[in-house]
Design a binder for this molecule. Structure first.
Ligand code: ADP
Ligand code: F6P
Length: 322
């Protein structure tokens, strides 16, 4: 059972994601509205260990809803993976009177939250990643913005690719997960979609597809390639050599992770931030907030980390039909 809360902290950890600011704002304002003190912990667990901790007021989070990135900053911190690092984190929480922390990040960040919770600091995780690769939730903060940014960029590449009758390989983010690639593949009408979860590394199939489409009169051929497969530039060279069709690679990169969040990311992140504070006040700890079947829900961190999700086979089939 969690202890009574007086002061909570909020931190962002792992890769940043548009909408994290909306979540921070909601944690700060809900916490204060419920009578808590709220502290902002800068740069994830690294900032906790370095005591980069600031008092937050309702006005500290003014004008941040529409901003990409995270006003608290984020970092990766190897020291926090060690028992000594975690104990030091707990000591620092005690020193600053922090009874609980809302951790906004991905699976790795939840492991840190789990460690803190076991050592007596209440923790609630929020799913913050553009990759959508957190199994316990259908929604992650930042995915909607990132996928819309990528979709718009791909539309632009497609325009010039068609004009020049070229083949284009467009690499989108997703080191371990192909959700951005799948969604863009369907939303941009790509001819081929390469996902880490599905790709068989048979380039000859792609080459045959390009040649067949060209014979049918298609002026473009868009291949969406997920970062996890990568090597888009060398793939383009090989495809051009095999097909005789000019082939260019475009790597969208970090532009997908920045920018003003969409309405959906602002809305869901705001509700999740408030929800995290409210369940922590009910005495919950070691939980992750998710969105499933139309509802905001929460799971034990261990249970959440043991869940798996993959590419939906029906959606993958439809991607090919279209
Ligand atoms: P994400 O949260 O997006 O999955 P990472 O996997 O990089 O990103 O994790 C973010 C941070 O969470 C790490 O830099 C580290 O500080 C902390 N972390 C990751 N794994 C663990 C772990 N097993 N135990 C404690 N802290 C961890
Ligand atoms: O935020 C998710 C993500 O963009 C992944 O797609 C990618 O693998 C990773 O972050 C790269 O982040 P960084 O270059 O900051 O380590």
């Amino acid at each position: 059972m969690a202890k009574e809360l007086k002061t909570i902290g909020v931190l962002t950890s792992g890769g940043d994601a548009p909408g994290m600011n909306a979540a921070i704002r909601a944690v700060v304002r809900t916490g204060i509205a419920r009578g808590l003190k709220v502290k902002g912990i800068k740069k994830g667990y690294m900032g906790l260990l370095n005591e980069e901790i600031i008092d937050m007021e309702p006005r500290s989070v003014s004008e941040i809803l529409q901003k990409g990135g995270t006003i608290l900053g984020t970092a990766r911190c190897m020291e926090f993976k060690t028992r000594d690092g975690q104990m030091k984190g707990v000591e620092i929480c005690r020193k600053h009177g922090i009874d609980g922390i809302v951790v906004i990040g991905g699976d790795g960040s939840y492991r840190g939250a789990q460690a803190l919770s076991r050592l007596g600091v209440n923790t609630i995780g929020l799913p913050g990643t553009i990759d959508l690769d957190i199994a316990c939730t259908d929604y992650t903060i930042g995915f909607d913005t990132a996928v819309n940014t990528a979709m718009q960029a791909i539309d632009k590449v497609k325009d010039t690719s068609s004009s020049h009758e070229r083949c284009s390989i467009i690499e989108v983010m997703g080191r371990n997960a192909g959700y951005i690639a799948l969604w863009c593949g369907i939303a941009n009408g790509a001819e081929d979609i390469l996902l880490p979860e599905k790709y068989d590394f048979n380039e000859q199939n792609i080459i045959n597809n390009i040649i067949a489409n060209r014979k049918k009169g298609k002026t473009h051929h868009i291949i969406i390639n997920a970062e996890g497969i990568g090597h888009s530039t060398s793939m383009a060279r090989r495809i051009e050599a095999a097909t005789g069709i000019e082939t260019r690679a475009t790597i969208l990169g970090y532009m997908q992770r920045g920018g003003s969040p969409t309405c959906k990311d602002r809305y869901y992140a705001s509700i999740m931030g408030a929800y995290a504070v409210d369940i922590m006040m009910q005495g919950k700890t070691n939980r992750v907030v998710g969105y499933r079947d139309g509802k905001f829900v929460d799971y034990d961190i261990e249970e959440a980390l043991n869940m798996t999700k993959g590419i939906d086979s029906y959606q993958w089939e439809v991607a090919h039909l279209l």
